[in-house]
Design a protein around this ligand. Structure first.
Ligand code: GDP
Length: 442
């Protein structure tokens, strides 16, 4: 799709595919009203109000509906928009969509409604991205914080920072262009401004890690030597028989992943038992386990309490020294040992598994913050980091009293990096990539 493409009229089903109480078909574009006039029995519809009537294909009644029209520019996309609320059967919504397409609209691409909203300046790019975040939020908490960006919190902060940089750039440029009338700004002023603006960028970036965790969830790896009961625990936590459990050591050679809902999305990873092995396939499995272990936010270290902690267990404990881990003594049905700081469970009988879930939930919630000031995605973080690096260069240059002409180059690139966040400066490719992650109808 090209930004300069003439906007035609698009349509899509805006509600999820399936049966439900209501289905919504959305139409946007110059012809939206013409199309609805052809297929709706109530020609005197009023904007921003529900208008009752029937959708008709010629003389054939298709469904009894409510039609909600919005006149440009006061609509989601900034164009004429009509939303048709019909009964929520899969075939009813399809029939109405087909009728709309037959009468002049074309099928919308993924995210095209929101893309139009952005191109028509109904929202900036950070707000458009927030729409996708809200729709795809894996937790209620993430949906809540994403709404902040929809309301423009990130946009305003970025604009404030941009204005501050712009002010400095204007003073430098004035000093260069009109040396007789305007003095170059003092270097001490430049240093103070660059430090201040960098710390503002840092404040936005300080929530980046937490944003990423909220977006992607938390990964929890179960590790231990073979046969201690990792796969049994994996199955027990998930309440299913996903992993194969046998008493033959080295059965799990692959890394299994499933999502566990602990209020926060948790990716639970069952790893191959870590031990020295001559078997090439098992060896590869062990390598994967070590990799999963490195990437995991929380590690569940499992040992067999009926055997106690042995040399191989100690080696694994050494590997996870610096990780956030829970020490789990499995097979507690076979032992009476009970120590502090160890969670005793029996993956076989289920004893202690609920307590383990509670301990894990607490750890996970400690990682996931309740409230973030700024939610950012990786694209925005890259732009912020670019702006920050440019300002740090400018700061270094100001400290050694570099020519202000040269300093202005870094200052300009900081502005350009921020403009990519709001979408002031953006290429077609980046735009397409962003809206490709939306669903059709949004
Ligand atoms: P992994 O190799 O660490 O994944 O271990 P598995 O989950 O495959 O279990 C190895 C063996 O230990 C199997 O025979 C399981 O039935 C047994 N096992 C697992 N958990 C327990 C437990 O809590 N108590 C007892 N008694 N046996 C268990």
């Amino acid at each position: 799709m090209n930004i300069l493409e003439e906007f035609d009229t698009i349509a899509a089903i805006a509600t999820p595919y399936g049966t439900g109480g209501v289905g919504v078909i959305r139409i946007s574009g110059a012809q939206a009203f013409e199309i609805i006039e052809k297929i709706f029995t109530n020609p005197h519809f009023e904007p921003r109000k529900f208008n009752h009537g029937w959708i008709k294909d010629g003389e054939i009644k298709i469904d009894e509906v409510l039609v909600l029209p919005f006149f440009a520019p006061n609509s989601y996309t900034g164009e004429h928009v009509v939303e048709i609320q019909c009964h929520g059967g899969i075939n009813i919504v399809k029939n109405i969509l087909n009728l709309v397409l037959k009468n002049g609209a074309r099928m919308a691409e993924k995210g095209e409604f929101t893309k139009r909203a952005f191109l028509n300046k109904r929202m900036d790019l950070s707000q458009a991205e927030a729409v996708a975040d809200i729709i795809h939020a894996a937790t209620a908490n993430f949906a809540k914080v994403s709404v902040k960006n929809l309301s423009g919190v990130l946009k305003e902060k970025i604009n404030d920072i941009r204005n501050d940089i712009f002010e400095v750039l204007s003073r430098i440029t004035a000093g260069i262009d009109f040396p007789e009338d305007v003095n170059e700004p003092e270097y001490s002023y430049l240093i103070e401004r660059f430090e201040n603006i960098t710390s503002q960028i840092n404040s936005v970036l300080s929530d980046a890690n937490a944003s990423n965790i909220m977006r992607q969830g938390i990964s929890v790896a179960i590790v231990g030597k073979p046969n201690v009961g990792k796969s049994s625990l994996f199955n027990s936590l998930l309440s299913l028989d996903r992993a194969i459990v046998t008493d033959i050591a080295g059965t799990t050679r692959d890394v299994l992943k499933e999502t566990l809902d602990l209020g926060v999305p948790v990716t639970l990873i069952d790893t191959a038992g870590i031990r020295e092995s001559q078997d090439r396939v098992e060896e590869i499995g062990v390598e994967y386990s070590k990799q999963s272990l490195n990437e995991a936010d929380v590690v569940l270290f499992v040992y067999d309490v009926s055997q106690g902690i042995q040399a191989e267990d100690k080696e694994i404990l050494d590997l996870i020294q610096d990780k956030n881990y829970i020490k789990i003594a499995n097979k507690c049905d076979l032992s009476i040992e009970r120590k502090e700081d160890v969670v005793y469970i029996s993956a076989l009988t289920g004893e202690g598994v609920e307590d383990l879930k509670k301990t894990l939930t607490k750890k996970v919630c400690d990682i996931e913050p309740e409230n973030l000031e700024f939610v950012t995605n990786s694209r925005q973080q890259v732009c912020l980091n670019r702006a920050k690096t440019a300002l740090e260069q400018a700061l270094l240059a100001a400290q050694v009293r570099e020519l202000q002409d040269l300093i202005s180059i870094d200052v300009k690139s900081a502005i350009l990096a921020l403009d990519e966040i709001t979408g002031e400066l953006i290429t077609d490719d980046i735009l397409d990539n962003i809206f490709d992650h939306f669903c059709i109808g949004k």
